[in-house]
Each structure stands twice: as C-alpha cells, then as structure tokens.
Design a protein around this ligand. Structure first.
Ligand code: ADP
Ligand code: ASP
Ligand code: MG
Length: 595
C-alpha cells in the first residue's frame, strides 16, 4: 500500500476548526487507499510566542533548554490532531520526534537529521492507524530533545517521506502554492505550477520562506515528489520535481532576505589560507555565509566580505575576530540594515542579458547595488534594506513575472545562447546519496574544472546606481555571456567589479568596455586569461557549512591562492591560477572521495 505524507503548517492548524479540516484531509487520503503520516507544526504563532517568552527570562537562553521549550509547540498539535481524527471516527496515534526515533546530531536549535527509525511508524500504519508526527524535532544520541531550525517541519515531512519511500509528500500551507515571489510583498505574484528541486532549493535558501530549504535537499536527494498545496481549498498547488518546466523559465522567482548582515575583514594578509580560515571559523559555528567577495589591495593585503543571516550575526563577528587574530593582522567591520534580493531560474544558464536587466531595473529605481554575487541559476545583490521591497516589486515586474511565463523570453534584451553548462550527473549523485552514513551528510558528486575562462576586473568605479547596469548591458549587447560576477563592498565611494567570460572573447570584451563606456579617469581595467574555475558540485552546498571549509582547506594546504569565490546550493566555485588547476582537481577529488 502506498504511503502519503501530509504536512500542515502553523496557520493551517491554528484553530480547532482548522485542525479538524486537516484531520479530514488525512482521513480522505486514507479512504482512497493510502497509509497516511500527518506531520504538524506548532499552532499559529506558538513558536514565536515561546521564543519571546524565553527572551523575557534571559537574553542568553541555553540552546538545549530552548529546544525543550520549542518542541512543546508541536507536541500540543499532535495530541489535538489525533483527538480530532478520533472524533471523526478514525484511528490515529501521535508520536513526538524522539518517539519516532528521529536521531539528530547535537547541534541544539539547528540540528541535522542522521537517521530515522521507521519500525514504530510502520507497525502503526500496518495496524491501520494514521500516524500523527511532530514536525521540527528529534533527539540526539544522549536522548536530548533537539529542533531542526525555524521552519523545520517541512524537513521532518520530506525526511519521513524519504525513509518511508512515500509516493507523495504534500505540504499544506496558507498560500495557493509556490509563487513567483512572496505574495505578501507583491500581490500580483503568480502561482508557479511546476518548479525544479534546484530552483526551489536556491529560492528557499535565498529567502523564499514558503519552504525550509533543507526539506528540498531531502526531496532532491531521495527523489521525493513534493507538492505545496493550499490548506484552505482544493487547489493542486505547485509540484516540486527533478526537472524544470519545459522550456525552463529564464527567471522563476525573486527571493528576499530583509535583514542580511555584512561582515568584512580588512587588511588581512593576501596569501593562501585566508579563505580557508574564514570558512572554517564559520563552519565551526554552523554559520552559512553568502555573497563572499574578496579583493586584493596594494601592499599585499586583502579584504574579504560576506553576508550572514541576522540570527548568526553576533557569532559571525566573534568568529571573524578569531580569524583576524589567527592571521596576525587585519580588522573586522560590518554593515547592517541591508537586504539581499535574488533572482532564480534554470533558463539563466542559456540566456544572456539577465544580469544586465536585473541591474538596469535597480538603476531605474535609483537603488544602489552594494555587492553582487552570482551562481549557475541565481543572481544575488545586496542593497539598503529600506529599498528592499521596491527592488523586489520592480524586478518582479521587469522580468514579466506577473505575466504568463511564455512572454518572458520574447524580449529583445534577453537572448538565448548555446547552452554548454555541464549537465549534472544524476546517477553519480544517487550513488553518493546511497553511500551516506547520515541522512543529512554532505553530498558532493563532482569536481569540475573550466579552463576556458578569463577574468576581467574593473577597479575604482564610482559607486552609484547604474554602473553595473551599463557595464553588463554593453557586454550582453556585444553578444558575450558573462559567468561569475562579483562586486565588492565600496570604500571611499569606489568599488570593483569582476567577472569571468570565455577566454576567446576577453580581448573583445576589454575593447568594448573601453570604447563604449565612460567609466571615469581613475578606473583601472585589468584582466587575467590564465585562470581556471574549479567547482565542486553537490546538493545544498552553501547551507552545509562544511563544504567551503573542506574545499578551501584543501586548496590552502596545496598553497593555491583564490582569486574569486562563487557559492550556490549546487556549486562551490573558486577561481585560481590555471597552472594549479590539475593539482586542485586532484586534491578536491581526493578529499570529496570522487573517483
Ligand atoms: P507554514 O506555517 O505553512 O509552514 P510559512 O509561513 O512557513 O507557512 O510559509 C508560507 C508563507 O511563505 C506564505 O504565507 C508567504 O507569505 C511566504 N512566502 C515567501 N515567499 C513565497 C513564495 N515564493 N511563494 C509562496 N509563498 C511565499
Ligand atoms: N514551529 C516551528 C517554527 O515555527 C517549525 C515549523 O513551523 O516548521 O519554526
Ligand atoms: Mg513553514
């Protein structure tokens, strides 16, 4: 008999009536011949209330006790839900995370699942019960209750669907499905009928709050068909599956993180090992970092900047101070009241002009871009927080996301090009997944080297709205496809923009920039056509802080200097000297056990 996992989020179980409605859905699914596992969240704003209550007691709650406290929210719902099912004449048994046997590591408040025991759930299902499982929680090896991080019930649901080999995992929530952006910010946002795991993973990890990003990792790793559905009507919602819709939309969605924090390490030594140290200090505290940008200055020093979520800011500053003291020189700076706006879409890999259009839209709104970082299927910019929603609205509109998808690519400014991005080897990915000792361990299935790129850097650009727009519009009009784009934090009103481009187009591109752009007198244009882009490919790489740590650790060990960094959930990329590419490939393949 096939198993269905249904998950109901907080709003969808907020009242007795809503609990009864959810119970009816589960019973319906059972009546159509499925075994049903119902995963539930804490009711309404319960988790927030508990967090606030703890804050009234202390500003430094013990993470262990925080988990004991927060897990009660879900425990309340499972009991009420089972009672509701009983009252409707069906049998149900509630189980907490520890009762199921969801074993996690001991990272309180952000625990990762290691193993899940299915025997008790299977016994209950085979005996005809609906299993009502508490989302968001598990226990560590010592029996301590742990929680999976805010929004973690989605992850419980997909993880249970994975171990039970469920035919479907349904996520019932308070919207019609996955939208092109948060409908609370842009009421014209459209529901997306179909989205790929990769697109959803990027969107979720870049701030689209509709799904916990780790739940998409589970879905992708274990090929769980996932459907996000409204709990308030019979809509079919959004299917999240292995492949994008056909043809893939250039931009599928826009995501926003409203309170991103910037951390900068200035005047640190410019030598191999700096990036490695930063990633390892952050990984030790499980802080995922994003928008990683480094900049070599005169006199052998460098500046590295990156962003972290607000919740990790204090820890990140401590970790950065630690790194500076280990390096022996440098100072830590930070920026607050910032927002990260990202666009995500599979079709981006095969269209040029996408970045130019995003930057152009921001320029038209007079929004200054403070940092840029791109990945295969995403472009992120850091801007002032007070313009965040304007930026989302304008970008959403300019990419035609309020229109049917087919009209997007018809635009002259965005052109299809030959798609030569390496195709992910799904078989190899599955081999790595099957070998994992723990369910949420890192999956790296490939090391890729691209030796056909060159790097162009434009230094000392006056930092004002419209610069990146003009630059990349000119490059796109010149028929060139840029790859990794990085813009540094500005100092004294000047910034540097770096990007990579196919090597055989480098000279043309330099000419084009010189001829068509008036960037001002102090601007210095430089290039390096002796670079290689080395990447590791896998699943959830930015969220798994250990990947950057390992990757940059091994490059430091080999004394290989890093020129540029790109991070995404699919790839972790370093631009290095081409002469070191073979050594880097070998060392990375070894450390990530890739034959
Ligand atoms: P639940 O309690 O069911 O887990 P969440 O509040 O975690 O629900 O997620 C649903 C909310 O996510 C929606 O109400 C919506 O405001 C927000 N959201 C953010 N981005 C998106 C998006 N791209 N598509 C749909 N909803 C989104
Ligand atoms: N109740 C938890 C939270 O609010 C988990 C969840 O809802 O997914 O974060
Ligand atoms: Mg949620």
């Amino acid at each position: 008999m096939s198993i269905i996992v249904q998950k109901f989020g907080g709003t969808s179980v907020a009242t007795a009536e809503k609990i009864r409605n959810a119970a009816r859905r589960a019973i319906e699914a059972k009546k159509t011949g499925h075994q049903v596992v119902l995963v539930v969240s804490a009711r309404g704003k319960k988790t927030d209330e508990l967090v606030n209550l703890a804050a009234e007691i202390t500003d430094r709650p013990s993470p262990r006790e925080m988990d004991v406290l927060l897990s009660t929210g879900e425990q309340e719902t499972i009991a009420l839900m089972s009672m509701a099912i009983h009252s409707l004449g069906e049998s149900a048994v509630s189980l907490t995370g520890p009762q199921i046997g969801i074993l996690t590591d001991n990272a309180s408040t952000k625990a990762r699942i290691q193993q899940i025991n299915t025997s008790r759930m299977r016994e209950l299902l085979d005996a005809g019960h609906i299993v009502v499982a508490a989302g968001f929680q598990g226990h560590d090896r010592h029996g301590n209750i742990t929680t999976l991080g805010r929004g973690g019930s989605d992850t419980t649901a997909t993880a249970l669907a994975a171990v039970l080999n469920a035919s479907l995992c349904e996520i019932y929530t308070d919207v019609e499905g996955v939208f092109t952006t948060d409908p609370r910010i842009v009421p014209e946002a459209r529901q997306v009928p179909h989205i790929s795991y990769d697109e959803m993973l990027e969107l979720a990890s870049l701030g689209a709050g509709v799904m916990h990003s780790r739940s998409i990792e589970f879905a992708k790793k274990y090929r769980v068909p996932l459907r996000v559905r409204p709990s308030f009507n019979d809509g079919m919602g959004t299917l999240i599956a292995a492949t994008p819709s056909n043809p893939p939309p250039v931009v599928t969605g826009v995501a926003l993180v409203k309170d991103e924090m910037r951390v900068s390490l200035r005047d640190v030594p410019n030598r191999p090992g700096v990036m490695s140290l930063i990633f390892s200090e952050m990984a030790a505290r499980k802080i995922p970092i994003d928008l990683v940008v480094q900049d070599a200055a005169e006199g052998g020093t460098a500046e590295v900047s990156f962003t972290v979520p607000r919740g990790d800011f204090a820890d990140a500053l401590t970790a950065a101070e630690q790194a500076v003291s280990k390096l022996g020189s440098g100072s830590v700076h930070h920026g607050t009241q910032l927002a990260k706006v990202s666009i995500v879409g599979s079709g981006m890999q095969s269209h040029r002009g996408v970045a130019a259009k995003m930057f152009q839209t921001l320029a038209e709104q007079n929004i200054n871009i403070l940092m840029i970082s791109t990945g295969e299927i995403k472009i992120s910019v850091l801007i002032e927080a007070n313009r965040a929603e304007d930026a989302v609205r304008a970008i959403h509109h300019s990419f035609g996301l309020d229109q049917p998808f087919s009209s997007q690519t018809a635009e002259a400014t965005i052109e299809p090009v030959k798609h030569n991005a390496p195709v992910v080897d799904a078989e190899r990915e599955q081999e790595v997944v099957l070998r994992l000792a723990n369910m949420e361990d890192i999956v790296v299935h490939d090391v890729l080297v691209d030796s056909n790129q060159a790097r162009i850097t434009i230094k000392n650009v006056v930092d004002q709205p419209g610069i990146a727009a003009r630059l990349f519009a000119a490059v796109a009009e010149g028929g060139m496809m840029v790859d990794l784009i990085v813009q540094n934090v500005s100092q004294n009103g000047r910034t540097n923009i770096t990007f990579t481009i196919p090597r055989d187009e480098c000279q043309n591109c330099l000419q084009l920039i010189q001829n068509s752009l008036d960037l001002g007198d102090d601007v210095v244009l430089s290039h390096n056509d002796n670079i290689a882009k080395v990447s590791v490919a896998g699943i959830g790489l930015r969220s798994h802080t250990g990947v950057g740590e390992k990757m940059f650790g091994v490059l430091a060990e080999k004394e290989i200097n890093i020129d540029l960094v790109g991070t995404s959930e699919m790839r972790m990329t370093a631009v290095i000297d081409r002469n070191h590419a073979d050594r880097a490939e070998k060392a990375l393949s070894e450390i990530f056990h890739i034959d």
